[in-house]
Design a protein around this ligand. Structure first.
Ligand SMILES: Cc1ncc(COP(=O)(O)O)c(C=O)c1O
Length: 406
């Protein structure tokens, strides 16, 4: 391949449990299923401002990388929130409130009614909360404002002022917590229990699955859009998708598996090597916690623990787990901003490019490329999961001379 960024090393684990001909069985259907996918689509596509995000063709970058076709699902414009996460947290907040309205008043309501101020007496008594690196919290805060309840958000110290302010603009009470992302997850769970708040986390653990599954069903809207947008074209052969707690990757996996069946693209999960919980879990065949600062520049992916329901799906559905180093991130953001050989300019945030980095790294590693069946005929889909979610930081990176923010 002709290089678009300097060479770098990827680590990879193949998943021997993933088989193309495996059926999407009842255990998986109990988690993410067609009815849930259809309900999320019906609900989210009815929200004000809904529009499918663009699926952008990048022929210049595809040619430079030596593959047939490359498409980039650009989530930067999603509901004006800047990331695909808008689909998940807000959807889970809506579902939670509708459940509470029904439990407390016996009335089956709709989110349209909540948006119009219906059941305000109940909604305003409810406080939803979550821990976040930024994007999930922004979605929960937006959903709380949209549907009329209160919202408290915990963030680790690594989250920027800009991302904090973005959540406060939706009326959320945003609090910095000592420690890393996983510490803020644990603390908000404890405080929710003590204070009677409703935890709307994107991370599931044994006994806590409903909001995370709602969040993931919300994300399937994005995967479903790519299927509709590619209608009439040959299906992608590979999808590279970044992993934080894994909700996104599992939602894509489940949606593609149920839609494409055995013709589904190979799914490759890509994480920063500083927060590689899926990679490490795949190596031992069971969920493993990665500790430390998790201080990757890809803040949305800075998770040391897998979401259990995501692991259930990905441990049988993902073809491989890759890690990429931080050092490629800023350069790849600049490559996308410039566009390769006339490709359109794309605004991609730090966590948006990991899937693409994984693809480029795999193509640079012949044994891995061959193992993944990647080559000149490949049609690859990557998910650009965020735009400039912190515009000042984005400008600093794009304007910076050599990979470090200016
Ligand atoms: C921009 C972006 N991309 C990808 C992810 C990863 O999603 P998940 O944590 O569901 O794996 C996140 C999570 O915060 C994110 O913010």
């Amino acid at each position: 391949m002709s290089r678009v960024i300097p060479p770098f090393e990827v680590q990879a684990v193949r998943n021997s449990n993933a088989r193309a001909d495996a059926t999407y069985g009842p255990e998986l259907r109990a988690l993410l299923n067609e009815a849930g996918i259809a309900a999320a689509w019906e609900e989210i596509s009815s929200w004000p401002g809904y529009a499918p995000t663009p699926l952008v063709r990048l022929p210049g970058l595809a040619a430079a990388a030596g593959i047939h076709d490359l498409r980039y699902k650009d989530e930067g414009g999603r509901f004006g929130l800047g990331s695909f996460k808008a689909l998940g947290g807000a959807y889970a907040v809506g579902r939670l409130l509708l459940g509470e309205v029904e439990a407390r008043s016996g009335v089956r309501s709709t989110t349209a009614e909540l948006r119009a101020g219906g059941h305000r007496d109940i909604a305003r008594e409810i406080t939803v909360c979550t821990a976040t690196d930024g994007n999930h919290g922004r979605s929960v805060a937006w959903g709380a404002q949209l549907f009329g309840c209160k919202c408290i958000i915990y963030i680790p110290a690594t989250v920027s002022e800009g991302r904090k302010a973005a959540m406060e603009r939706f009326g959320a009470d945003v609090r910095w917590i000592e420690g890393n992302y996983d510490d803020s997850v644990r603390q908000v769970a404890d405080d929710a229990e003590r204070n009677g708040w409703y935890l709307v986390s994107d991370t599931s653990h044994p006994g806590y699955t409903i909001p995370p599954l709602d969040v993931m069903h919300g994300y399937t809207v994005m995967a479903g859009e790519t299927i509709r947008q590619s209608m009439g074209d040959a299906a992608p052969t590979h999808a590279f998708v970044q992993g934080g707690v894994g909700g996104l990757a599992a939602a894509v996996c489940a949606c593609f598996w149920q839609s494409y069946g055995s013709a589904r693209p190979r799914l490759i999960v890509v994480e920063p090597n500083k927060a590689a919980c899926f990679y490490e879990s795949a190596r031992v065949g069971a969920p493993v916690t990665v500790t430390g600062d998790l201080d990757t520049v890809m803040g949305g992916l800075a998770s040391g623990e897998v979401s259990r329901v995501a692991w259930e799906v990905l441990s049988v559905g993902a073809d491989a787990f890759l890690t990429v180093p931080d050092e490629t991130t800023f350069e790849l953001m600049r490559v996308l901003a410039r566009g390769v050989d006339g490709d359109p300019s794309i605004v991609a945030g730090e966590s948006a490019i990991a899937g693409l980095a994984g693809l480029l790294g795999a193509l640079e590693t012949p044994a891995l490329a061959s193992d993944l069946g990647l080559g000149p005929d490949s049609r690859v889909l990557v998910f650009g999961t965020e735009g400039a979610t912190d515009p000042e930081l984005y400008q600093a990176i794009i304007g910076g001379p050599s990979g470090a923010p200016a």
